[in-house]
Write a protein that binds this ligand. Structure first.
Ligand code: NAD
Length: 424
């Protein structure tokens, strides 16, 4: 097959280039036709809007907002909204494609999208952010919709912004439409279990992989990079299953205890110290980089992108890496890790528990009914376990890594659906 895009050749890759190079490898393994490859490579719709907002000092500032729908082949598109100064169209396009593969791999009936506004939310008042969010929503009234495109929080946004978005959209439609957005506060139709959903999915996929590797959780050790939402819930839930978490880290540094970190104490410390572990005692302070190369059974990168690269991949001793973060491993590091026989549960599978429970939020909103936490957990555990088993089976069938297998599963699903639906 003659694809136009070359593999990335620069020394430093960004996670989106990494994703595109894996998309290309998986498309080739799958023998995807050039025509379908081109359909899946290009976003369906890209919207750029100007948002004039009156600031608290009376001045008028114009912000730029984006929404990219990468694919709506499997269903309404789904993806977060990011408020950040670095937001730009190329990034939003890549993140939207990422959502398409993530939803497809866990077999939920959504396409992929992403949105964003170039702004600095930390320097804006609540009133300014509310006006900005309402202006953005107004300009997207014809794009968003519970059957069309369903936003969610991302960097710089949370339940508060989702509540404004839901309210503004509902005003425009003249009725309450809570299924237009997920990640809402519980009282507005948010789902129980959403907060811990991503960490929980990391735990489920880690246990499924440990079973394949014949690692006994009760005898296993684990290091976790990043102690925010994903990392701390993954840590707690893995510990509940017998895994000893010996190292955790955040921006303040890394903390090691060979007998196991006291996770409840560390969470309590973090929550009472402005979200930081800085000064946490009862552990040995180690270098953040050292955490990645500790002699543990399981490594969970759950902080940020591009932390496992050609510069440290050779030194990794864990037998299993479970990617809680998006894009923690550069595509150039894949080969080193694969050669060393390390199993990687890739991001689009390992952290898909979050979007799965977002899907449950939408289902509950549409049913006008609330599920118990137990039901949410049971169903998301089943989806994550089934997705892992399917990806594992495909990795044996094609003799590829779990990462490429996950892309194969996702691309194959979207491509087959596309062929049934047809183009023009
Ligand atoms: P968060 O902001 O709650 O936590 C991030 C944590 O990582 C913080 O403890 C921070 O101090 C730490 N950190 C940042 N840079 C670090 C570094 N260089 N070394 C060590 N620690 C560092 O974020 P989160 O929601 O837990 O998200 C973490 C990752 O998971 C991101 O890549 C995100 O895109 C991905 N993710 C999150 C969700 C979700 O539902 N929250 C879903 C899918 C993927």
């Amino acid at each position: 097959m003659a694809y136009i895009e070359p593999a990335p050749i620069k020394d430093k890759e960004n996670p989106f280039e990494s994703m595109m190079s894996r998309f290309q490898i998986a498309s080739q393994a799958l023998g995807l036709e050039d025509e379908v490859y081109n359909v899946l490579k290009n976003p369906t719709k890209q919207v750029i809007v100007s948002l004039p907002v009156t600031m608290d000092d009376g001045t008028l500032q114009v912000f730029e907002g984006y929404r990219v729908i990468h694919s709506n082949i499997l269903g309404p598109s789904k993806g977060g909204i990011r408020y950040d100064m670095d937001v730009h169209l190329d990034e939003v396009k890549a993140l939207a494609a990422w959502m398409t593969w993530k939803c497809a791999v866990v077999d939920i009936p959504y396409g992929g999208a992403k949105g964003g506004i170039k702004c600095n939310p930390r320097q804006m008042s609540a009133g300014e952010l509310e006006r900005l969010t309402r202006a953005y929503t107004q300009s997207m009234v014809e794009i968003f919709g519970p059957d069309r495109d369903i936003p969610a929080p991302d960097m710089g946004t949370g339940p508060r912004e989702m509540a404004w978005l839901m309210d503004e959209y509902s005003r425009a439609k003249g009725m309450t439409v809570n299924a237009v957005v997920t990640g809402k506060p519980l009282v507005l139709g948010g789902s129980l279990g959403r907060t811990e959903a991503t960490g929980r999915g990391v735990m489920v996929s880690a246990l499924a992989a440990m079973e394949k590797l014949k690692i006994n959780p009760a005898k296993a050790t684990c290091a976790i990079q990043g102690f925010g939402n994903v990392g701390s819930f993954a840590a707690l839930l893995l510990e509940e299953r017998g895994v000893k978490v010996v190292a955790i880290s955040d921006l303040s540094g890394a903390y090691y205890n060979q007998n196991g970190i006291d996770l409840r104490a560390s969470i309590e410390y973090r929550d009472s110290h402005n979200g930081s572990l800085n000064g946490f005692s009862g552990t040995e302070n180690i270098d953040g980089e050292e955490l990645l190369t500790l002699d543990v059974d399981v490594l969970v990168p759950a902080a940020k992108e591009d932390v496992i690269t050609i510069h440290n991949a050779e030194k990794i001793k864990a037998r299993l890496i479970v990617e809680g973060a998006n894009g923690p491993t550069s595509s150039k590091a894949d080969a080193i890790i694969n050669n060393n026989g390390i199993m990687v549960v890739p991001d689009i599978l390992a952290n898909a528990g979050g979007v799965t429970v977002s899907y449950f939020e939408w289902v509950q909103n549409r049913l006008g009914y609330k599920w118990t936490r137990e039901r949410v957990n049971r169903r998301s555990d089943r989806i994550m376990k089934d997705a892992f088993d399917n990806v594992y089976k495909v990795s044996l069938e094609y003799n590829v890594s779990l990462r490429i297998a996950a892309y194969i599963v996702a691309i194959d699903k979207v491509a087959k659906t596309y062929k049934f639906r047809g183009g023009f």
